[in-house]
Write a protein that binds this ligand. Structure first.
Ligand SMILES: *Cc1c(COP(=O)(O)O)cnc(C)c1O
Length: 391
């Protein structure tokens, strides 16, 4: 009997490939060719699509198609296809509904002025997806199939990629245990899908500072847990503290490490950076309980390009509170694919409420936001070869 484990990449158990390692050379010239296209017989009309693209929000509308493949231990990945977007049939006994054996990714496709469409560092997402799969005992999806699914879907739905300022097509690859079985073991039927959503800015107020609530009673990840994997379960655990943050008029939660409760780790879905008055920049080091963001890695590289070394180190909540109060810390920002770079204007928690500098976005935050988005939208050169053409 072949078990799912036999297809998992052993190397990932020892030393995960750093997300910012040089991209592997594409093996097949056309990764999309492995995906059979079955066109929808009910695509939205151009007028309907145009009306949806005029009023973009985050993650509420989806394109006409999705990519889908299935896996069994006997056959591996098979039936790779792009087909009409629509509801799926899932047996009530499917393992994912009971034990949350699920992982996902999030990345964006950007329309450039010449009409071409580009993804930002999708190879890094492919590698992280493999690392998440390993942690959740799901099968490995080869990098070229991950990339091919994005290309095949974006090519057929290219008219859904919006062209306005701050807009993009958000791509959501995900994998889940679809086997009908209530025993606890890795599933032997697994589905992989990609859905795509035309999006505007994640935070409705755009590039304006947000308030953050520091959760001291709840943690999103612990040592040896799934914090470094991108899995739905981590998000489920963050929802109650997120709700408490809303009750304190905060947009997001900041989590502390579970072991000591003193170190700042990250937000529910974004990494954090701190800028000091002497210009030095720090971000929490990757300890296994923090998700390694592609945006985080890119910001570290962009600052290095300017000769500014980012200190990846442990940062205590006390240091940040004291620094904001004394003025030694002048900027705090969060980063992730969905919201790109978001200034943090206020840090609140049980017994404290601190405004960062004068609450306005700082210079380092603004320059990084512009540098990164200019590369993504093709307004500036791409010195590190981060963009990959999809269509
Ligand atoms: C996805 C995610 C991030 C940001 O990662 P990016 O690759 O930059 O989008 C940060 N933290 C968590 C918990 C995440 O799930």
């Amino acid at each position: 009997m072949t078990t799912p484990e036999t297809v998992l990449p052993d190397s990932l158990t020892v030393s995960p490939v750093p997300l910012d390692a040089a991209p592997a050379p594409a093996e097949a010239p056309e990764p999309a060719a492995r995906w059979e296209v079955r066109r929808s017989d009910h695509p939205r009309s151009p007028e309907h699509r145009a009306s949806l693209l005029r009023e973009l929000r985050f993650g509420t509308e989806f394109t006409d198609h999705l990519a889908h493949a299935v896996w069994t231990p006997e056959e591996g990945w098979h039936d790779l296809r792009v087909e009409a977007y629509g509801p799926i049939t899932l047996d009530p006994g499917s393992a994912v509904l009971h034990y949350a054996q699920e992982i996902f990714e999030g990345l964006k496709a950007y329309r450039h002025v010449d009409g071409s469409i580009w993804a930002f560092r999708p190879e890094a997402n492919a590698r992280r997806f493999a690392q998440s799969a390993r942690r959740l005992a799901l099968p490995l999806l080869p990098e070229e199939d991950f990339l091919g699914s994005l290309e095949a879907l974006v090519r057929i739905d290219r008219d859904w990629v919006p062209g306005g300022e701050g807009t993009s097509l958000y791509l959501r690859p995900f994998m889940f245990a679809s086997e009908r079985f209530l025993g606890v073991r890795p599933a032997r039927f697994v589905d992989y899908m990609v859905i795509a959503s035309p999006v505007g800015p994640y935070f409705t107020h755009g590039f304006t500072p947000v308030s953050i609530w520091v959760a001291e009673d709840f943690h999103r990840a612990g040592p040896g847990g799934t914090g470094a994997a991108k899995c739905g379960g981590n998000y489920a655990a963050s929802l109650l503290p997120q709700q408490i943050a809303y009750e304190h008029d905060c947009a997001q939660v900041c989590f502390l490490d579970a072991a000591t409760g003193t170190l700042v780790e990250e937000l529910g879905g974004m990494n954090v950076f701190v800028v000091a008055s002497d210009g030095s920049v720090s971000t929490p080091e990757l300890t296994g309980t923090i998700l390694e963001g592609v945006t985080r890695a890119s910001i570290i590289q962009l600052l290095a390009d300017q000769g500014r070394e980012v200190a990846e180190r442990s940062i205590t909540l006390a240091e940040i509170k004291d620094g904001i109060a004394s003025g030694a810390i002048t900027e705090v920002f969060a980063c992730g694919t969905a919201a790109v770079i978001t200034p943090i204007g206020r840090l609140k928690g049980e017994g404290f409420d601190l405004e960062v500098a004068d609450g306005a976005p700082g210079e380092t935050t603004r320059v990084l936001h512009k540098t990164l988005t200019d590369i993504q939208y093709g307004h500036a050169p791409d010195p590190h070869g981060w963009l990959r053409r999809l269509a």
